[in-house]
Unconditional design. Structure first.
Length: 390
């Protein structure tokens, strides 16, 4: 029987003992001490406030990227015998993205040489200590203001202290310092995978992943919404219910529903005949909300199904295998989605994405170990907006 790593789908099997640790973080936050919370404060050259500065914008993923950040998985305590295989997946993603834009792979100094060998010469491997591969959640969330890129530190705390994050808690601050980017200290704890935006002022988010005592104790949804609008510069937050307590992220939106254009979203759908569960009910609830909601510009949403593969036909394995195509990544001139091995479903998903991104190459990538660990390509990548690096 093959070994499966502790996954982001099953919280109770993910290093629960780390929940009691007060691990260091950049700025304030749960990582900064037991019960500590970030406060509105000045970090670098920007202050978080209840009102967004004029001109602040949280851009869409299809905007131009300066680079993609990724993280080299470090911990055998998390991945066990699957650590070499998940590293193969991460290197495969990095090489694929590097064909289209500049890729920076963060790796512990002692692992840097091995990471460089695996990723090849097109990828820059830098000595920034990390714990795991989920760069989407640990790298700063980038916004733009008056033509300048800022990085928002959302004080990563291991998805509510469910997994070791000694180094990952410091990634946001380290990246901002190393790349000379102005920093914004968010008054909230959250992760990049929690947010989905159309670049025109609309934010989609699951309530389960942020209105949660494990990130933001004592804060109401209304208070969190006000802070999100001020911090990210968005004008409207559309709340989806999500799923609380059944995966390590508490149901990030980036595996559920994604924008392909303002007013147009792709919604994850389970394979026909799959028995209803919390995840399919979350998708149904999201559909109900989105069909009734409007975006920041007053548009109704066009909701398009993005069906999952047949689990009997995929090449990966594991009860917690994440088989959504919604966790795709939009890079310069390209879109990256998983190849699960169900040829019909893979081709259908590729065709849907090609229809919505007609001027981009649609690139399938095999990520079976990443998916068995509870994530996808979007979870493993984080875009920095800007002019492409030469």
């Amino acid at each position: 029987m093959s070994h499966r790593p502790p996954t982001r789908r099953t919280t109770l099997r993910t290093l629960a003992g780390f929940g009691a640790l007060a691990l260091g973080a950049v700025g304030c936050g749960p990582g900064g001490g037991a019960g500590a919370q970030p406060t509105a404060s000045r970090t670098g050259s920007r202050t978080t406030a209840r009102t967004a500065p004029a001109g602040r914008r949280f851009g869409a993923e299809w905007d131009s990227h300066a680079r993609t950040f990724m993280s080299w998985p470090a911990l055998e305590s998390v991945w066990g015998a699957d650590l070499p295989y998940v590293r193969e997946d991460i290197a495969r993603i990095a090489r694929a993205v590097a064909d289209y834009e500049y890729v920076v792979m963060m790796a512990r100094p002692e692992q840097r040489r091995a990471a460089q060998r695996a990723c090849g010469g097109q990828v820059e491997v830098v000595p920034i200590a990390v714990d795991d591969l989920w760069a989407r959640d640990t790298v700063p969330v980038f916004v733009e203001e008056d033509g300048e890129v800022l990085g928002v530190d959302f004080h990563f705390n291991g998805w509510g202290r469910k997994q070791e994050h000694t180094h990952d808690a410091r990634v946001a601050g380290t990246v901002l310092s190393e790349y000379g980017l102005p920093a914004v200290s968010a008054p909230l704890v959250s992760e990049g995978g929690s947010f989905e935006t159309d670049g025109e002022g609309t934010l989609l988010i699951t309530e389960s992943s942020i209105v949660n005592e494990n990130r933001n104790p004592g804060l109401s949804r209304d208070a969190i919404e006000a802070d999100l609008m001020a911090t990210l510069g968005v004008e409207k937050v559309v709340w989806l219910k999500g799923v609380r307590g059944e995966d390590i992220t508490d149901a990030h939106v980036d595996s559920l529903v994604r924008f392909t254009a303002p007013g147009v979203v792709l919604l994850d759908q389970v394979f026909p005949g799959t028995p209803p569960d919390s995840w399919s009910r979350a998708a149904d609830q999201a559909r109900s909300v989105l069909t009734e909601a409007t975006d920041a510009r007053g548009r109704r949403f066009e909701v398009i199904d993005l069906p999952q593969p047949d689990l009997d036909r995929i090449t990966g394995e594991g009860d917690d295998f994440v088989s959504t195509y919604a966790n795709f990544y939009v890079a310069n001139d390209s879109v990256f989605l998983p190849r699960f091995g169900d040829r019909r479903a893979d081709d259908r998903a590729r065709g849907i994405l090609q229809e919505h991104f007609p001027d981009r190459d649609i690139v399938p990538v095999v990520i079976d170990t990443v998916a068995a660990g509870g994530g996808g390509i979007h979870c493993a990548t984080h875009d920095q907006p800007g002019r492409p690096v030469d």
